[in-house]
Ligand binder design. Structure first.
Ligand code: GDP
Length: 438
């Protein structure tokens, strides 16, 4: 209202605070919500990245008490068509093992515990860090994350949306080698590419081979390198209404990153109770218990990932990481983004967005088809060239053969003529026979 503006007479407004007599039921809303989540089940799409043999499978099995064999599954998505594997775009053979050849493999299992279901998808990137030259080893992984975002964007724009199937990556476990030294170039390169794409949770693998002192110093160095490179690891959010205990837990979980973890597929006798077996690693000098908080950060990882912050990992993926990807993509397509919280739904704008997205998809498809076409044409051309050269060679061979034959025949003819001539000279001419009829 402008200052000095005279208001028409207003009736007295009384605000009545009414006590509800009897039970209405909305107090039960959180419980209903909770029950619904339990009924629908939870989901987690977890990306695991690290060198082969660093302990990824063992840690996943230890975390979910399962027997995943992420190396032995059928969902392998080869990066290139099989007949073109080990060939570059020019058809030349590449040095296998020298340059990185990262594949993407996924495995999904539904795990149930006390009636609560968790659909767990593990996305593995075999080949990462295994080559001599690991430049751009992150590329196929980023491509995978983007294509999962694109798929979600597509389903968001469909009229019959089915957003229950969320295939976006909710967290990335990055396995650091237990060198007790510094992060390597490949670690820094990967983490700086990934941290704005998905929630990054770094872990120091096989930390049982390091002493407590080494772990502390290694963590300090890693965090220093992360700060220098502006790499953000996942930070459990703290809300205004959180109590001190919750805030302390969130801070501890954040400050303990990267988690020094230990995994094991074996069960050993519990040192405190010979009747019980526990997940652990048995050494001549003693037992390392996977779930013993004083021996590793395994419990912290499980708390962050499953017990305490599963929902927050989903929320950040959706509200921050995916939203950034989405608006960047739409801006690139020339669609203006309004990031205000209370944006109104504008059907024309939505239609425009859908049209542009559809056009972009078509253009991408066309480009891909052109590429395949080019590839096939150049393959065919190569084959034709080869058979043309073969044909020329055969033609030349035949021609040479025929020339030889012709030469031999002419030689023979010449000899015959010579012999006829010499015969004619040696015998006198015969008188002509007279005919009987005249
Ligand atoms: P992946 O190729 O990254 O999946 O590695 P695996 O999980 O198959 O582990 C490779 C080897 O490392 C196996 O022999 C495991 O027993 C061993 N291993 C796995 N986790 C640990 C660990 O925390 N500590 C130690 N010392 N060895 C481990």
């Amino acid at each position: 209202l402008n200052e000095g503006q005279i208001l028409p007479d207003q009736p007295d407004i009384k605000i009545i605070n009414r006590q509800i007599n009897g039970y209405v039921g909305f107090a039960n809303l959180p419980k209903q919500w909770h029950r619904k989540s339990i009924k629908n089940g939870f989901s987690l799409n977890l990306l695991c990245v690290g060198k082969g043999g660093i302990g990824k499978t063992t840690l996943i099995n230890s975390l979910f008490n399962e027997n995943f064999d992420i190396k032995d599954n059928n969902n392998i998505i080869p990066e290139k068509p099989l007949d073109l594997a080990n060939e570059d775009e020019h058809g030349n053979e590449t040095d296998e093992g020298l340059h990185s050849n990262v594949k993407i493999e996924t495995i999904t299992k539904t795990i149930e515990e006390n009636g609560v279901r968790l659909k767990l998808t593990v996305v593995d990137a075999p080949g990462f860090g295994d080559a001599i030259d690991n430049t751009n080893a992150w590329e196929p992984i980023i491509k995978e994350i983007n294509s999962r975002y694109d798929q979600y964007l597509d389903s968001e724009n469909k009229i019959n949306r089915n957003l229950n199937d969320d295939n976006r990556i909710h967290a990335c476990l990055y396995f650091i080698e237990p060198t007790a030294h510094w992060l390597k170039q490949i670690d820094l390169e990967f983490c700086s590419m990934i941290h704005e794409k998905c929630n990054l949770i770094p872990v120091i693998a096989k930390s049982d081979i390091l002493t407590d002192e080494e772990i502390i110093r290694f963590k300090e160095r890693i965090n220093k390198q992360f700060v220098e490179r502006n790499i953000q690891t996942f930070k459990p959010p703290v809300y205004k209404l959180d109590d001190k205990e919750t805030i302390d837990v969130a801070n501890k979980l954040y400050e303990s990153l990267p988690y020094a973890v230990v995994g094991s597929n074996d069960f050993v006798t519990d040192p405190t109770n010979p009747e019980k077996t526990i997940r652990g690693r048995e050494y001549p000098w003693g037992i390392i218990e996977v779930e013993n908080e004083s021996q590793s950060d395994f419990i912290l990882l499980r708390d962050l990932l499953i017990k305490q912050y599963l929902e927050e990992l989903h929320e950040r993926t959706n509200n921050v990481l995916y939203e950034n990807y989405r608006s960047e993509k739409l801006i690139n397509l020339g669609i203006k983004q309004d990031n205000s919280v209370f944006k109104e739904f504008d059907p024309n704008m939505r239609q425009e967005e859908e049209k542009k997205l559809h056009e972009a998809k078509l253009a991408k498809l066309e480009a891909e088809m052109k590429n395949v076409f080019q590839l096939k044409v150049s393959e065919k051309e190569k084959k034709l060239q080869k058979s043309e050269t073969e044909l020329f060679a055969r033609h030349k061979e035949m021609k040479d053969k025929l020339t030889k034959q012709l030469k031999a025949l002419e030689e023979k003819k010449h000899q015959l003529e010579m012999s006829i001539q010499s015969q004619a000279q040696s015998s006198p001419a015969q008188p002509k026979k007279k005919g009987f009829l005249r």
